[in-house]
Design a protein around this ligand. Structure first.
Ligand code: IPM
Ligand code: MG
Length: 352
């Protein structure tokens, strides 16, 4: 087995180093090979997704991804910007199913900006469609219209087969958890998501054991803050999922804690922390490596068929939190502060 490691930019390399140490400890037999992506890809090969990086990602059994992006590249033409490396990887590899768990660790309930009694016990899985929607829809662009005014335009677009396959992932996930699926759309305004609602409802007939509900995205954003525990699995399109998953992550106390999986139709996947490259703290050894470490765990569970090793990693992370060790993003009075490397070392120690 072989894993492609794509550290990317900003804090990406620091957190991936810790994730790799943990992976190496639980599965020394798994080979890894690193390649540049994002701004690092641009620096190395003039392309945020160098051909060699894409080839490596294709040939490996799974991919561990750090983070991409730096303001330094914001003035480049769009195709050369770091984010394109990530978006193209998703598209090229057909990684349409993005699983973003937002779980509140009992030890961190106090770190949320919401009151602990609102978030304690929250355990949501957001299933976000990742290769369609307004992110990829054509036509798109900027032009000067007939009135001589500049105009930007994008297209929200979903086919029924795209909706059906992501809805199926949502239903199957709900079946393995609390048997409740909330589909999020904007069917009162957007035709694309009216079709979304129709197709999800039709598929629901195959899953009589899953309680299906529908919610408009504005209401869903509000309900996540009002009473997040009402949700089990949420399934939604690419754009709404991008926004709602950031919102849900903050309920858990820190975006620095959450891993994610992006899967293709055969279960091959790319695993990444949901946080970004955080250029402001890059290279300072302050970043929380736990989301990257938990991403390695998710990879073992979903793509490499080793749930036991994934359980060990999850348990080690919980043990470290229970000891009161905290990186800056999840720190609280009385906690023992740790940097990136010390946090990784503590997880390694807890694995013994
Ligand atoms: C995410 C990120 C990406 C997205 C960016 C970096 C392109 O925000 O993975 O949620 O919008 O999908
Ligand atoms: Mg996002």
């Amino acid at each position: 087995m072989k894993v492609a490691v794509l550290p990317g930019d900003g804090i990406g390399p620091e957190i991936m180093r810790e994730a790799q140490r943990v992976l190496q400890r639980v599965r020394p037999d798994i080979a890894t090979e690193s390649a540049p992506v994002g701004g690092a890809g641009y620096e190395a090969a003039g392309d945020p997704l160098p051909a060699a990086t894409l080839a490596l990602a294709r040939e490996c059994d799974a991919i561990l991804f750090g983070a991409v992006g730096h303001p330094r590249y914001d003035t480049l033409e769009r195709a050369l910007r770091p984010e394109q490396g990530l978006l193209r990887l998703r598209k090229e590899l057909g990684l349409f199913a993005n699983l973003r768990p937002a779980t509140v660790y009992a030890e961190l309930a106090g770190a949320s900006t919401l009151r602990p009694e609102v978030v304690a016990g929250m355990d949501i899985l957001i299933v976000r469609e990742l290769t369609g929607d307004i992110y990829f829809g054509q036509p798109r662009g900027q032009r000067v219209n007939e009135q001589g005014e500049r105009e930007g335009f994008n297209t929200m677009r979903y086919t029924e087969s795209e909706i059906r396959r992501i809805a199926r992932v949502g239903f199957e996930a709900a079946r393995k958890r609390g048997h409740r699926l909330c589909s999020v759309d904007k069917a009162n305004v957007l035709e694309t998501t009216e079709l979304w609602r129709t197709v999800v409802t039709e598929l629901g007939r195959d899953y009589p054991d899953v309680e299906l509900s529908h919610m408009y995205v504005d209401n869903a954003a509000m309900q996540l803050l009002r009473n997040p525990r009402q949700f089990d699995v949420m399934v939604t399109g690419n754009l709404f999922g991008d926004i709602l998953s950031d919102e849900a992550s903050m309920l858990t106390g820190s975006i620095g804690m959450l891993p994610s999986a992006s899967l293709d139709a055969n279960g091959k996947g790319m695993y990444e922390p949901i946080h970004g490259s955080a250029p402001d703290i890059a290279g300072k050894g302050l970043a929380n490596p736990l989301a990257a470490i938990l991403s390695a765990g998710m990879m073992l569970r979903y793509s490499l068929g080793d749930a036991a090793a994934a359980d060990r990693i999850d348990a080690a992370v919980k043990a470290v939190l229970a000891r009161g060790l905290r990186t800056a993003d999840i720190s609280e009075p009385g906690a023992t502060r740790a940097g990136t490397e010390a946090m990784g070392a503590a997880v390694l120690e807890a694995l013994q």
